[in-house]
Design a protein around this ligand. Structure first.
Ligand SMILES: Cc1cc2nc3c(=O)[nH]c(=O)nc-3n(C[C@H](O)[C@H](O)[C@H](O)COP(=O)(O)OP(=O)(O)OC[C@H]3O[C@@H](n4cnc5c(N)ncnc54)[C@H](O)[C@@H]3O)c2cc1C
Length: 811
């Protein structure tokens, strides 16, 4: 066994084997995999091993396409052949029009990744899968490339090719401890000896938290028991003369695929069971949980009704094994929060279908620092302080019970709520607030007109449309108050804080005391990494001269990691998170200055407190820090208040606002207004797949300043010109917004992808942002949007259709 290597991957299931293989593909051969038993002895060996292409976003579709292509190539390689039933096809069933509309959206989204799904009616479903009945069926989504693979052969093949490229695999080598050294390298302690390495990867399946504990972290991953059975031969299959497609049923929560002459049928029963919460028997190896078919009877009945032949068929064997879940159902693939040189590929619940792609994207992150696609939907740092195993287990149950029921726009399921609240949450609830969830925070979406107001789940505009319209109107005509909780706030102090930020931002960042600025951070490839406001707060009895760095709620761990990783040993800078201690109250509208003046002493005139100023003050007697910035485009203030005084500040503002028409507004109104202003959202519109020029942020880049992170790469990109460019579109439809991921078409060619869309209530337009091919960026250019299967016209319009010269914000 080697005593030193570059990377140690811990765990020899599909996650570990795929990572090892792809590290060698990215050019690193001095890499090692250690496995406590034999390869695939965790969950992988007994997987149903279906390989599908469906995903809820383009990154998922892209990485699954990578799996499919990889598995096909491996299966055709005579050196280590594997059994792969490629392209049996698969159908996801639906029995409501809303589900069918969702499928049409996912088909539009997948088209942008070169994947052609088809939405078919019930008769066509039955023609392609002759065992199913069309009772209570509207149709389904056809996925032509679905299939299944032999999971053990796949892992052995990946290990074989990795070994051939120089990697080593040590079986029967349990990792017992991990130590990290001052230079951020690691020693992996195993029962067979120690291995020093630069980087460790946790790929330990359901034992993820045993290895997590060895490095002092607690991963939000929980396991569920999951069962399938294999049937005797079914005559209808032989008679069909072709292999049966896969089936996934969101009407009755089961799936099936062909296995020899019969079927494999798996269940997501409502009466489901978490597993391993109180620890896992060390001898649970190549093992299964006891069969418990009684538990799946509710779901089994649905499968019988859809496939009557099943009733007549005997069961050959049952498999019940642990399967891992995270808080949002997607795995955790990427850097481990707050650790250096440590990565994970965990929480895989469809690891055979996805594992090829996850290992690919992880290896790229390890070797190059960033992956081919924006991987935020997989990033382990997308969950923050609330993400413990107890909460994950509640979300795992909910997710398991809804396995095939995709989330609709604005849908936030109830398990594990409320996770993060402020002192105002119950007060706002009593005011009628409907809450959305942002990184665990309960944030006001809008104020309900009545307690029993429950808009439908739909891809169209829902019944809250007019409610949002009236909130926007009040902000535009009077003044609105909105709580923005969980906004990431880092306090940066120390004499080198400005030079440190200068190195990280691609443009000019204000150093002037009492001033606020907006800037962008790039990665080492010159692509958009982050967006932050920088507020320079003068010294006072509340603290020394300091910078408040503010960014999106979900970016808390991500940004903290990025900043601290780029801090040099010789720089005197301290960074402290204030995210959980402070909340923002946004006061927006033409009467905002009157309200603020009525409850905070001092001169708030345009001359004394111009746009982009910051000042410490009191709202009544509640200490607060006020910034003159606006996301709505109206004259507005962000009032930052310590949580202990939040209720006091709120009462004062409400009371002062009474005579100025102050009403509450929520996140949906904010979304509509920011679209009208050309403001972008991190990880919706600001992605690592595009540079700042492609993202229409030229005014925030200064190539004449000194060196900054990503500058060299950005210069090269600039010289080669944009691949895609961000534009604002006016969509010719009044029934639905453009949804993120939807494809823009010219004839049969995909020419762009929507990132955000919403109705602009002040301009009366259906607005969207999209990345389009560079020749389509001139205002007036038209193309078609594939909006859930309907082609509607989309016209490029200038950015910021509301108040384009920003005069209201500056007023
Ligand atoms: C019944 C069932 C059906 C399924 N069907 C499908 C399907 O159809 N399609 C699909 O895509 N997915 C399916 N899945 C899910 C899929 O099987 C898993 O997502 C996948 O196998 C997880 O792989 P993994 O590598 O993350 O974990 P594992 O396979 O569990 O591998 C983890 C490895 O880490 C090793 N390890 C743990 N601790 C240590 C240590 N201290 N030192 C060294 N090694 C260690 C373990 O021994 C193990 O080999 C199914 C799961 C179940 C239970």
């Amino acid at each position: 066994m080697k005593s030193r290597t570059k990377v140690v991957v811990i765990g020899g299931g599909i996650a570990g084997c795929s990572t090892l293989y792809h590290l060698t593909q990215e050019g690193w051969s001095d890499v090692v995999l250690v496995e406590r038993n034999e390869l695939t002895s965790g969950t992988t060996w007994h997987s149903a091993a279906q390989v599908t292409n469906f995903g809820m976003n383009q990154t998922m579709v892209g990485l699954k396409t990578h799996s499919i292509n990889l598995y096909k190539n491996l299966s055709e390689n005579p050196e280590y052949p594997i059994n792969y039933h490629h392209a049996d096809g698969g159908i996801r069933l639906a029995n409501t029009e809303a589900q069918m509309q969702g499928y049409r959206h996912f088909a539009s989204m997948a088209r942008g990744m070169g994947v052609e799904f088809e939405v078919i009616d019930a008769e066509e479903c039955a023609r392609r899968h002759p065992l199913i009945s069309t009772t209570n069926l509207l149709g389904g989504l056809w996925d032509p490339l679905d299939g299944d693979i032999d999971p053990a052969q796949l892992c052995q093949a990946l290990a074989y090719h990795a070994r051939k490229a120089g990697a080593e695999v040590y079986r029967n080598t349990p990792v017992t401890a991990l130590s990290q050294h001052k230079d951020d390298t690691w020693t992996v302690h195993t029962e067979q000896g120690d291995i020093d390495c630069d980087i460790v990867v946790n790929a330990c399946g359901y034992r993820v938290n045993e290895v997590g504990a060895m490095m002092g972290v607690h991963h939000p991953v929980a396991s569920m028991e999951h069962q399938y059975f294999l049937t005797e031969d079914i005559p209808g299959i032989a008679e069909a003369g072709h292999r049966m497609p896969l089936l996934r049923c969101q009407i009755s929560d089961y799936y099936s695929r062909q296995e020899k002459g019969g079927l494999l049928v798996g269940f997501y029963e409502q009466d489901c069971k978490p597993w391993g919460m109180d620890g896992i028997d060390p001898n649970f190896v190549n093992a299964l949980c006891p069969d418990d078919l009684d538990r799946v009877m509710d779901v089994l009945e649905g499968a019988f009704e859809r496939m009557p032949a099943l009733r007549e068929t005997g069961i050959r064997s049952v498999v019940n094994g642990p399967i891992t879940y995270t808080i949002d159902g997607a795995p955790l693939v990427g850097p481990i929060p707050s650790k250096r040189n440590a990565f994970c590929i965990i929480g895989l619940r469809a690891g055979l279908g996805e594992g090829g792609g996850h290992g690919w994207l992880l290896a790229q992150q390890i070797v190059h620092g960033e992956a081919f696609y924006d991987t935020w939907c997989l990033d382990p740092r997308r969950f923050t302080g609330h993400a413990n195993v107890e909460l994950t287990s509640l979300k795992a149950i909910e997710d398991y019970q809804n396995e095939f029921r995709f989330h609709f726009p604005h849908e936030h399921r109830p398990a594990g709520r409320p996770a993060k609240t402020t002192p105002l949450t119950p007060i706002l609830a009593a005011e009628g607030a409907e809450f959305t969830v942002v990184n665990g925070w309960e944030r006001v979406d809008y104020i309900k007109p009545s307690p029993d107001f429950h808009p439908s789940l739909t891809f169209n505009f829902d019944e809250a449309f007019n409610v949002v319209a009236s909130e926007v109107k009040n902000v535009q005509e009077n003044v609105g108050l909105c709580e923005v909780n969980g906004f990431n706030r880092l306090e940066i102090t120390g004499p080198d804080r400005h030079s440190f930020l200068y190195r990280l931002f691609c443009g000019n960042v204000t150093r002037r005391s009492g001033r606020v600025g907006l800037g962008y951070l790039l990665n080492h490839q010159g692509m958009i990494k982050g967006e932050a406001t920088i507020a320079n707060i003068p010294a006072s009895d509340r603290g020394p001269d300091r910078v408040w760095y503010g960014s999106a709620a979900a970016s808390e761990y991500h940004d903290m990691d990025w900043l601290s990783q780029h801090l040099r040993a010789d720089e005197d800078v301290q960074i402290r998170s204030m995210t959980n201690d402070q909340t923002i109250l946004v006061l927006a509208g033409p009467n905002a200055r009157n309200v603020l003046s009525a409850c905070a002493r001092g001169d708030w005139s345009k001359e004394a407190f111009p746009w982009l100023s910051v000042r410490e003050t009191f709202i009544g007697f509640a200490p607060a820090t006020v910034m003159g910035i606006s996301f709505s485009g109206e004259h507005a203030y962000e009032i930052h208040v310590p949580n202990a005084s939040l209720y006091a500040a709120y009462l004062t503002l409400r009371s002062a606002g009474e005579r100025h028409g102050l009403k509450l507004f929520g996140a949906r109104a904010v979304e509509s207004m920011r679209m009208e202003k050309g403001f972008l959202h991190w990880k919706a519109d600001l992605l690592t797949e595009f540079d700042p020029f492609e993202t229409a942020l030229d005014r925030f880049v200064n190539l004449d300043k000194g060196q900054f992170v990503g500058k060299d790469a950005l210069l090269k990109r600039k010289a080669s010109g944009p691949k895609r460019s961000l534009v604002t579109l006016k969509i010719d439809a009044i029934h639905a917004p453009a949804h993120g991921g939807a494809s823009l078409m010219e004839g049969d060619t995909v020419v762009g992808t929507i990132t955000s869309g919403d109705w602009g209530h002040r301009v009366g337009m259906n607005l969207a942002y999209a990345f389009v091919t560079p020749e389509l960026t001139s205002p007036g250019t038209t193309m078609n949007l594939d909006m859930c299967g309907d082609m509607v016209a989309a016209e490029v319009i200038p950015f910021s259709p509301y108040d384009p010269d920003f005069s209201l914000m500056r007023s």
